[in-house]
Design a protein. Structure first.
Length: 647
């Protein structure tokens, strides 16, 4: 087995990993696969931890508690300081909902459960991820969970088997772990990214590098080293967030790291230069500090040149954190079980956990905010009270289910407009049905909208078959068809950046996955939508509701943030022409369908939400959206007259 003394090549590998992660997060186009740097860290961690554990087991002096305390001394202090500074910052500059979320994330980070929290909230590559100040701590949670389980398993194995058998079983477990990872990534992409079962094999392979060291000639060492570096750096540029991850592609940076470790070249010019040695030494703290700086640039919409300042600050703050926090020597060797309760990082972690939990439970210490900010911020939660979509109700009956007067069907925008329609009726004697599912418009043969928003490729296809069968039972009830179709054609792009057809990146797919916008996609959309509406309108009225305007950002959040910063002249409204340009393709398709079918009528929300120049974001100084594109209940009142005009 290899000597686990300081390895300059591994320290240089840390630098290569942290550089990749930092560049990817600040600007993904610079290094599209830079997120694979985390996988490099996992392999390194597995190698070092296996060395510590096996050396102790072989010498029969391994202490699990001492191992845990040593890891806590290494990880918790710098992490806790970051969390504390962010919680102080959030008191002054974050909106109530954002501050509440930060409290939950800080508590889960120091409890090393944040990977589970983030898995439940959203995907790693989603736009919402840039609003989570401690998102990057998911990897620390994965490592810590590995640190908890791994030594327990190894110590238990040693009681029943030889070292040789243990090594073989770890090798077999690593192979099986990789196979499971590949399968799970395609079946459950979001949990696979965040959770330990699909990441453990990477750390275990690092352990295999320790347990099965190779004796290599100098030429072979060079070959292994350069091949490994080629696999790692190639992964950074040839893989992107579009690839399922970790999956089978993770084998490239992981095996690359394995080869570099096996090469054991402390004289490599790549890993053993002064710059990489310093960056490797500071890498943990650089990793901790870089992501909040990325979030600051995103949250406060700072110009692109702040990216370079952010990268420089990441290195500088990483240096300070290493110099004055990481290098503090906490005691990790105690005489008895009870004395381990004196471990200071335990109390540091508990302190941050209590503050974070308090922040969450008090809704961001809500009493310290002015009333006007609370009113605006609370609009983020002022959404469909019937919880049709959030509770996955199918069908969702509203009012008197025995006297259904209308059906609204579509995606999350249909869910948002549900009460606009419901308010037309006396719900004591009349009722409506809502059939809504996020990112799933009612279009036959639609395969999926975006895999980032779907559990499986054919989720929308199955949902729409179910909807069409259900609607046959209400063949004479009018239907209101609602969808964010313009965005599905253009992609989830901020409307202020949409200038031309070249900016389009579609999210809507039928029989095949379109990666570029082209006329065939439009033709297929028009054909399938026309076919769907023709079936629905055989014996009833079908109302096609044009897309609602989409604002420049999350209206309640942006307004609350700007007011906190003292900016009172806030204009989040969008130019009417940009709204039309964003949706003119789908409007033209709908117009054709209306012209050719006497039972189809278009309803346009823009006269109720826009004038000839602007589409408003506020009404009576209160947001009419609960984010940037979904109508809040305050905004819904403005659209009830539109529905009333045809009932």
């Amino acid at each position: 087995m290899q000597n686990n003394s300081f390895r300059q090549d591994i320290n240089g590998l840390r630098a290569i990993a942290v550089i990749a992660v930092v560049l990817f997060h600040f600007n993904a186009s610079w290094m599209p696969g830079g997120f694979a740097g985390v996988d490099v860290f996992f392999v390194i961690s597995g190698f070092l931890m296996t060395g510590i554990i096996f050396k102790g087991i072989e010498q029969e002096n391994f202490s699990i508690l001492k191992f845990y305390v040593a890891r806590a001394n290494r990880i918790i202090p710098a992490l806790a300081v970051l969390c504390l500074i962010l919680l102080i910052f959030g008191w002054f500059y974050l909106t109530p909902l954002d501050y509440k979320a930060l409290g939950k994330h800080a508590a889960s980070s120091v409890a090393f459960l944040s990977n589970i929290i983030y898995w439940r909230e959203s995907g790693y590559f989603d736009a919402a991820s840039h609003e989570k100040w401690l998102l990057h701590t998911w990897s620390l949670s994965v490592e810590w969970q590995f640190y908890i389980i791994y030594p327990l398993v190894l110590v238990a194995m040693r009681k029943f088997m030889s070292i040789r058998t243990m090594k073989f079983l770890l090798l077999a477990g690593t192979v099986l772990g990789f196979i499971f990872c590949v399968i799970a990534t395609y079946k459950w992409p979001n949990p696979s990214y965040y959770l330990l079962p699909t990441r453990a094999w990477e750390m275990m392979l690092g352990g295999i590098a320790y347990l099965y060291p190779l004796t290599l000639s100098e030429n072979r060492k060079k070959l292994f080293g350069w091949t490994g570096l080629g696999l790692i750096i190639g992964s950074y540029f040839l893989i992107s967030s579009e690839n399922p991850w970790p999956g089978y592609l993770a084998i490239f940076p992981v095996i690359g790291t394995f080869l570099v470790i096996q090469a054991h070249r402390n004289n490599s010019i790549i890993t053993n230069n002064l710059v990489f040695q310093k960056l490797g030494t500071w890498s943990y703290s650089i990793y901790l500090w870089h992501w909040p700086l990325v979030v600051i640039i995103y949250t406060f919409s700072l110009p692109d040149y702040y990216i370079y300042l952010g990268i420089s600050l990441s290195i500088f703050l990483g240096f300070l954190s290493y110099q004055y926090i990481e290098r503090i020597k906490f005691k990790n060797n105690f005489s008895n079980l009870l004395s381990y309760s004196k471990s200071k990082p335990i109390y540091i972690s508990a302190f941050i956990g209590l503050i974070g939990t308090g922040t969450y439970l008090t809704n961001g210490f809500i009493w310290h905010y002015p009333d006007n900010i609370l009113i605006i911020s609370n609009e983020s939660n002022n959404k469909n009270p019937y919880k049709c979509m959030s509770e996955n109700k199918f069908p969702c009956y509203i009012g008197n289910s025995k006297n259904i007067k209308a059906i609204i069907v579509g995606d999350s925008h249909a869910d948002a407009l549900t009460t606009s329609l419901a308010n037309v009726f006396d719900l004591n004697s009349e009722g409506i049905i809502s059939l809504s599912k996020a990112s799933c418009p009612l279009i036959e043969d639609l395969k999926y909208v975006s895999l980032k928003y779907a559990k499986t490729e054919d989720e929308c296809l199955k949902e729409n078959i179910k909807r069409m069968i259900f609607l046959n039972d209400y063949s004479d009830i009018p239907i209101f068809w609602v969808a964010r179709t313009g965005a599905y054609l253009y992609g989830q792009t901020d409307p202020k950046r949409i200038n031309s057809i070249e900016d389009i990146k579609p999210m809507i797919y039928f029989s095949k996955k379109y990666v570029d916008f082209d006329q065939s996609l439009l033709n297929e959309l028009e054909y399938n939508l026309n076919k769907t509406i023709s079936k629905l309108s055989e014996n009833r009225k079908v109302y096609l509701v044009l897309p609602t305007p989409e604002m420049k950002g999350n209206v309640p959040k942006v307004m609350s943030k700007e007011l906190l910063l003292g900016n009172k002249n806030i204009d989040l409204s969008i130019d009417y022409k940009k709204h039309y340009n964003r949706n003119n393709l789908i409007i033209n398709i709908m117009n054709k369908i209306e012209e050719n079918n006497k039972n189809v009528k278009i309803l346009d929300p823009t006269p109720f939400l826009c004038n000839k120049d602007k589409c408003m974001a506020l009404y009576n100084e209160i947001p009419i959206y609960y984010d940037g594109d979904h109508m809040s209940e305050h905004g819904n009142k403005l659209l009830t007259p539109m529905f009333k005009s045809v009932i």
